[in-house]
Design a protein around this ligand. Structure first.
Ligand code: ITT
Ligand code: NA
Length: 183
């Protein structure tokens, strides 16, 4: 009775596997893209993906979608983070923030668990700021330009364990795993 974790992103899987070690839940990685709709919220994206994939595989599963929300850009790129990463990249974001004093931003993860009986949504966020330069080799995506509150290092300068102490993803998954293992 394991739960499928649906993601094409190996880094995500590694971060989540590290968290799940501390819980009596078995996660099985299903490495496929999650069929994303274009929507203005992460919640809508994961809900839809979960339903569509559940109809195909008919087993309990989790999908998650994450995004970077930058305050001085009116929370852009948010649900469009993937697209912006591919089209503008890290340098593109740094360019958009040139001359702006407020570099605050947050990462958010929405995860959807679905089985025969129910659909559950959990969120996690981490506040922080966009760095002035690209720093660090670890992690993925926008990690080299995101500094969580209370740190001077970017996520890309931290080990998986350290990132998990702060991250949006670890908060969302811990909330789910607490709920799921205590029901
Ligand atoms: P899925 O198969 O799970 O969809 P993905 O890599 O496409 O994998 P998302 O759509 O959730 O994942 O990610 C949206 C974008 O946000 C993408 O460009 C990621 O690189 C970036 N991102 C997500 N989580 C991140 C994190 O923890 N740190 C840095 N960037 C992140
Ligand atoms: Na996405």
């Amino acid at each position: 009775n394991s739960i499928l974790l649906v993601t094409s992103n190996e880094n995500k899987y590694k971060e989540i596997a590290e968290i799940a070690k501390d819980y009596k839940v078995e996660l099985e990685w299903l490495k496929i893209p999650k069929l994303e709709i274009q929507a203005d919220t992460l919640e809508e994206v994961v809900r839809y993906s979960a339903i569509v994939i559940f109809q195909l595989v008919k087993r309990p599963l989790i999908v998650e979608d994450s995004g970077l929300f930058i305050k001085s850009l009116n929370d852009f790129p948010g649900p469009y983070t993937n697209y912006v990463r591919r089209k503008l990249g890290l340098e593109g974001i740094l360019k958009l923030l040139e001359g702006k004093n407020d570099r605050s931003a947050y990462f958010k993860t929405s995860l959807c668990y679905i089985d025969e009986a129910r659909q559950l949504l959990f969120n996690g966020t981490v506040n922080g700021r966009i760095s002035d330069t690209i720093r660090g080799e670890k992690g993925f995506g926008f990690d080299p330009i995101f500094i969580p509150e209370g740190e001077s290092r970017t996520f890309a300068e931290m080990s998986t364990e350290e990132k998990n102490r702060y991250s949006h993803r670890s908060k969302a998954f811990k909330a789910f795993l607490e709920y799921y293992t205590n029901q």
